[in-house]
Design a protein around this ligand. Structure first.
Ligand code: E4P
Length: 217
């Protein structure tokens, strides 16, 4: 499973990138707003840092305006994935962009039917939001499993990009289901390394090494 980091914080991306844990980046208008930076400037900095796809989202809602914004975003770098919302206009824009060879991430997916439409529109990525479904007592992981089944039934190449990931458990659950990608905040990705028995075991090993005077270099 590929790891995308869900942030527009360049320092956080750099830290994870140095750990080789970044296969791509996703942003959205809320994350760009949180960064306090100009969308074109911060997205360019991210694209220069990361080799994989960097999703940048349009803010227009009508087809023609989405096309204009998407083309402007695509000019930033070759690794831009234009992010469009899962609306009828967004699906039409998706088809236009992918026909031109551009990567597209269709976002705000909350149902299997929406994911089916995105695949038919040739989306590179579909972003089902796990956490936001969980928030309203609908099993977000079940949606990932349903989409996996549907895409496998027909051999759709659209990659399932599990989004709105809120915990390290979500990451392993998505991997078990077979999501192609999961995008998560930096803290969630780092939390995947944590285990209380690792901490306890390491403390004991270091204590024994000190007692025995073990020196390696
Ligand atoms: C996906 O691309 C979105 O940017 C993101 O995963 C949304 O997550 P949230 O529900 O935690 O805001």
């Amino acid at each position: 499973m590929k790891f995308f980091v869900d942030t527009a914080d360049v320092d956080a991306i750099r830290e994870l990138n140095d750990l080789n844990l970044v296969d791509g980046v996703t942003t959205n208008p809320s994350l760009i707003a949180k960064s306090g930076r100009d969308i074109l400037e911060v997205t360019k900095e991210i694209c220069d840092m990361v080799d994989g796809p960097v999703s940048a989202e349009v803010v227009a809602t009508e087809y023609e305006a989405m096309i204009e914004e998407g083309r402007k975003l695509a000019e930033i770098a070759p690794n831009i994935a234009i992010k469009v919302p899962l609306t009828l206009d967004g699906l039409r824009a998706c088809k236009t962009f992918t026909s031109e060879g551009q990567m597209v991430n269709v976002t705000l997916c909350f149902s299997a039917n929406q994911a089916l439409l995105a695949a038919k529109a040739g989306a590179t990525f579909i972003s089902p939001f796990v956490g936001r479904l969980d928030d309203i007592n609908i099993d977000g992981l079940e949606l990932i499993a349903d989409i996996r089944q549907i895409y496998d039934n027909y051999g759709y190449e659209t990659q399932i990009l599990a989004a709105s990931i809120r915990s390290a458990n979500h990451m392993s659950d998505c991997a078990k289901i077979g999501a192609d990608v999961a995008t998560a905040p930096p803290a969630v990705i780092k939390a995947m390394a944590n285990h209380v028995l690792t901490d306890k075991g390491l403390a004991a090993f270091l204590s024994d090494a000190k007692t025995a005077g073990i020196k390696i270099v």
